[in-house]
Design a protein around this ligand. Structure first.
Ligand code: NI
Length: 394
């Protein structure tokens, strides 16, 4: 009998042009978080054509099941389906037709990859025992996101493990980056409004100058990283905007600051949030101003399960070759796949799609090397196959 991994690779190769067509169709018709109506309909039609029972969930999300030979185990594979509220730039033939919306993160490719895996696995359902669940999840880009809703509505019911991937521009096409433990950060945002008392620039003594107070605040908040956090634990506190005032000689009424906080550990996150609040309030009070403070939590850090990472590494070795496993560092971006990993074992990986691509994720000219679609389909298929054939461990 033909080696199953060769078979998987061949099957993925056979549908390479369809993968590209699917991806380009999604690319031309991007839709943002929870508005993925057309996207969801297209996937739904496809899954029904494959003969899979499909359940709608999380508004525009889908859950489909594929039965192999009789077996106990159930594995889930996930793709996100939303695009970004960005105007696409460039001259690609398949450029977005929806003004102000674009697939510039690669989720169009994730959908094509998972549809490809569904199609290969459906054709080869006599080659595995158990069940594969396909999750097409809305709204990854904007917290609170779609994953949490999917989980609440039963996406993981009966599922033993889950795998997901992100096409990754920084990595060469066909390579994989993955880490045991924390791989992606919690990405929080905050707003601070410093309220003073306006007046003439020539009479500062009868004003409360919010520009002065905000400046002190920016400096004081650097101490959250340098003085309040274990130096061996990662934390980023960065300001993104500072806005206030209109003209040379008027002390304004208020100044607005925004910033972001990136962490990997809950204690570091909680302490940073608390200290930012205390320092913002305390600095304002010291100079007679007031601070309105709003903190918006992002997704919790993405933490891979060690045993599932080992399984991914084995599968990658067989499908793409051991040389294609790349060393990576944790990424300070967020990902709501984390909500699945909080419930059941699983792993998330970066699949290189960067050959010939100079623009990073979320850039208006972002694109992928489409050869990665075929790799992704083979890999997802291989992961499902390898998990289901694993002997039970207790
Ligand atoms: Ni993304």
């Amino acid at each position: 009998m033909e080696d199953v991994y060769e078979e998987i690779k061949n099957e993925a190769k056979k549908i390479e042009s369809r993968l590209r067509e699917w991806r380009r169709d999604f690319h031309r018709h991007p839709e943002t978080a929870f508005k993925e109506e057309r996207t969801s309909r297209k996937i739904h039609e496809f899954l029904e054509e494959l003969g899979l029972p499909v359940k709608k969930m999380a508004r525009t999300g889908l859950r489909a099941e594929l039965e192999g030979k009789p077996g106990e185990k159930v594995v889930a594979l996930r793709s996100d389906i939303d695009a970004l509220p960005i105007q696409e730039e460039g001259d690609k033939e398949y450029i977005s037709k929806n003004s102000g919306v674009a697939h510039v993160c690669g989720h169009d490719g994730h959908m094509a990859i998972l549809m490809g895996a569904a199609s290969v696995l459906a054709k080869k359902r006599d080659r595995f025992s158990g069940k594969v669940v396909f999750l097409f999840q809305p709204a990854e880009e904007i917290p609170p996101g779609g994953a949490k809703k999917m989980v609440e509505e039963g996406a993981l019911d009966g599922v033993d493990a889950i795998f997901g991937l992100h096409l990754w521009q920084p990595l060469p096409t066909g390579s994989v980056g993955i880490l045991k433990g924390p791989m992606m950060a919690q990405a929080d945002n905050f707003d601070i409004k410093v309220k003073g008392k306006a007046g003439h620039g020539s009479t500062p003594h009868i004003t409360v100058d919010p520009i002065f107070v905000a400046s002190q605040m920016v400096v004081n908040l650097q101490s959250v990283v340098s003085r309040n956090t274990d130096p061996l634990k990662p934390l980023v506190v960065s300001f993104g905007t500072i806005k206030g005032g209109t003209v040379y000689n008027i002390i304004p009424q208020e100044v607005e600051l925004t910033g972001t906080v990136r962490t990997f550990e809950p204690e570091v996150q909680q302490n940073a949030q608390k200290r930012i609040y205390e320092i913002a309030k305390g600095t304002s009070r010291a100079f007679g101003a007031f601070a309105d403070f709003r903190y918006k939590k992002g997704y919790p850090p993405l933490v891979n399960h060690d045993e599932m990472v080992d399984l991914v590494l084995e599968t990658v070795g067989k499908i793409l070759g051991k040389d294609n496993i790349k060393d990576i560092s944790p990424v300070m971006g967020g990902e709501d796949f984390t909500y699945y990993l909080q419930k059941i074992p699983g792993a998330f990986l970066f699949l290189g799609a960067g050959d010939g691509q100079e623009y990073s994720h979320h850039h208006p000219k972002f694109d992928i090397d489409e050869r990665a679609l075929c790799h992704g389909t083979a890999l997802m298929t291989g992961l499902a196959y390898d998990f289901l054939k694993r002997p039970d461990r207790s």
